[in-house]
Design a protein. Sequence first.
Length: 344
Amino acid sequence: MKATQANFASVARRSAGDIALWFFCGPDEGGAATALASAISLLPDAGERVELSGAELKADPARLLDEARSTSLFGGARHIVARVAGEEAAKAVETFVEMADLGEAKGACPVFVIATSATDKSRTAKLLIDRRDALVAMFYPPNPEDVHNAVASMAGAAGLRCGSQIAERIARAADMDLRLAQSEIDKLALYLDASPLAVRQVEDADLDAILAVREDADFDPLVDAVLSGNLARVPAEIGRMREVGINPLGVVLALERRAAQMAGLVARRQPGMDLATLMNQQRVFGNRKALEAMLPRWPAPKLDRLVARLADLHRALLANSQAAETILAQSLAGIARFAVQKKG
């Protein structure tokens, strides 16, 4: 079955018990991640989380089904989250559904695949879209007004009362990414000792005190330096990141969005097509110059490795928040060096 961005929540609630495999695609990685969290929350018992990369599934397509049928180390429930680039999971998904049709997937745990560089017209999506035991959902970046409203709702749920200007500041500081906005709201609620039973008014001064991502902290120079392999500029950009207090998770999210954008362009580039034609055809304007410098350094195989590496980095930051800046700085330097390598 298929869900749109608008009706995902209602479709997921209605059908969660019947869905064995969820496929989230589209250019909005933040929206897909939010949908993932929402879908997992609908499970009676999510249990242990097993992470798989696209490279792992591409190398061993049978692994998805094998992992889904395996029992948890502790004998409890489990679920699988696979973060893939493009069609990396196509063969694994095909194997999964073929065996499911033969009755070989009974008792398998829920599987969630996030492929933000794929679309609902991709081969993987077509394998699932007509099945009652699968759900395909595509996510586009939300417009600013929707993000502001979502931030205001999230703040209200945390016991924070804020006006439209405050919600807009949080949204801008989070680079319109709801995951990062939720992180800032959680910190704000802790700072103000707020809860649904103890509602607190948010003032500008409160945001000045806690926002890890400042409005003037622009991710693009750092992202551009790293992904274009500008080794001379990367140290200065890392220093700026520390100086202005840029949230390390925000940097990784910005890198993931740029990698997804590049993957989408690489997938749409026809043999022999020059970059200028590709950019014009895809209507790329804002960061066109940076992308033109990056794309020659990131052919599809290297880009696949980059996506997997960023997913690993994302998990490492979540697991080691106190050492996040150090982990990120080391990883950014490594990615920049990888960008200038002729082979990947």
